[in-house]
Write a protein that binds this ligand. Structure first.
Ligand code: MLT
Ligand code: ZN
Length: 460
């Protein structure tokens, strides 16, 4: 170790895995944004909580910033280490710690992937219901840090609803246990909820107790083609009133084109501007209700075409049309927006924003998709090949400011589920008031007095 600080860390923790190879620094220092050049000091891969505490204490003594790191599938730069930070990867802390059949809780280390959590819950005949396409790579700790949402929020809510307890290493290295799995607890501030969505700025989540639930009843998956965004909203209201929805997701023909070019199979012929994938509980009565609802939507001119999956394989193929979008767009290095509004505010907002995007992005390909049933839209802008990264981002940031101002007027949020990180930091003030941001800074000061945990993320 040529760096004296790292030599001291290695002395203190002789069994700690520490990586300093350029390839490792690059791999662990970036996330899916790919906008920043990774430049961490080193990568620490602790295998137990005591090591995490010792690392945080060491960081305090040497004034080294720490970037807590999960699967680094984030899309806002929240896990980027570009300024000589120590990346603290929870990757090796990926075990189930216990299952309680009475409480119906699963205790896990923070480095478990979401997919591994799903499998562990399944072994006990239960469900951890938060789900999204990055399930195989993202970690439960990262999900907690961003209050991740995904494709089932309409039925089950965000990560926040499923966290019964958290074990956290605070900025001074102290170990804190929040809520300890209690269902009811009216004993003062619930710090668990402060940590959820704090993007690694208040503490390092090392363990979590997750609530589990019954697996959903059998379901049916339907793909619909629709003539307009207004129709998407009408069909959502119609389906939600008549069926028990598990998911209601939309995407545009532009998104479909990319996902088909990436290997997905077309399920509806013809050109249609909008599509919806919806999943709903499917007993016999629901099947009839689904058909009747579909026919009603078609009669009213809101649905142009549709297919219903006849097998699990077909259901998976329909879901691929929606879940494959992110991967199919990745080669275009999209500028991503992850915005949310109250569902009631969507029609007026969409009216305004569609005009704004057409005006501001006349030469850019703009791809809309997302969790319309939760009021969460992803607006991805693709970089034209002739434009440099810097020029492209500058143009997108100009438009994002206009978007953020519009959101503010309609009472929306600049980040629904990806987090603020580095990408959305300039726009936090459009979603949170100055007084709120001052309170956030104050809370941060209490948890992490030296400001060493993920500095620069969320706010400067
Ligand atoms: C999604 O809904 O597919 C995810 O949030 C990822 C993305 O926005 O690209
Ligand atoms: Zn999403």
């Amino acid at each position: 170790m040529t760096d004296a600080r790292l030599a001291d860390l290695a002395d203190r923790l002789p069994n700690l895995r520490l990586l300093t190879d350029p390839a490792d620094l690059e791999h662990y220092g970036r996330d899916w944004t790919r906008r920043w050049t990774a430049k961490p000091l080193a990568i620490a891969l602790p295998s137990e909580v005591a090591e995490v505490q010792a690392i945080v204490r060491w960081a305090n003594e040497h004034d080294v910033a720490i970037v807590p790191s999960g699967g680094r599938t984030g899309l806002s730069g929240g896990a980027v280490a570009a300024h000589g930070e120590l990346v603290l990867s929870l990757e090796r802390m990926n075990r189930v710690l216990g299952f309680d059949v009475v409480d119906r809780t699963l205790s896990v280390q923070a480095g478990m992937t979401l997919h591994a959590v799903h499998e562990a819950a399944k072994e006990h005949g239960l469900l951890y219901p938060v789900d999204f396409a990055a399930r195989g790579s993202c970690s439960i700790g990262g999900n907690i840090a961003t209050n991740a949402g995904g494709i089932r929020v309409i039925r089950y809510g965000n990560t926040r609803e499923w966290i019964a307890g958290l074990t956290v290493v605070a900025g001074n290295g102290e170990l804190l246990h929040f809520n300890r799995g209690l269902v009811k607890n009216s004993s003062g501030y619930d710090f668990r909820h402060l940590l959820i969505g704090s993007e690694g700025t208040l503490g390092v989540v090392v363990e979590a107790t997750l609530r589990l639930t019954n697996p959903p009843p059998p379901s049916q998956v339907m793909l619909l083609a629709l003539p307009s965004m207004d129709a998407v909203l009408e069909v959502f209201a119609l389906f939600r009133a008549r069926l028990s929805l598990q998911a209601f997701e939309f995407f545009t023909d532009v998104a479909l084109r990319h996902v088909l070019a990436h290997g997905a199979q077309r399920a509806i012929e013809g050109d249609h501007p909008y599509y919806v994938v919806t999943e709903f509980d499917a007993d016999e009565a629901a099947q009839e209700a689904a058909l009747a609802t579909f026919e009603l939507g078609a009669e009213r001119g809101w649905i142009s075409d549709g297919v219903i999956a006849q097998s699990e394989a077909q259901a998976a193929a329909l879901w691929r049309l929606r879940e494959g979008i992110t991967e199919s767009l990745a080669p275009h290095r999209p500028y991503k927006n992850d915005i949310s509004l109250r569902i009631s505010a969507l029609p007026a907002f969409l009216h305004e924003i569609q005009a704004l995007l057409e005006r501001e992005y006349p030469h850019f390909e703009v791809v809309w998709f997302g969790h319309i049933g939760d009021g969460n839209l992803h607006i991805n802008v693709l970089r034209p090949t002739e434009l440099s990264d810097a020029d492209f981002i500058a143009q997108c940031e100009h438009v994002t400011k206009l978007l953020a101002d519009t959101l503010q007027r309609h009472g929306g949020s600049i980040s629904a589920e990806h987090g603020i990180g580095l990408v959305k930091r300039p726009y936090l003030g459009c979603t949170r008031s100055e007084a709120e941001i001052a309170l956030m800074r104050g809370v941060r000061q209490v948890f992490d007095p030296k400001g060493l945990l993920n500095p620069g993320k969320l706010f400067e």
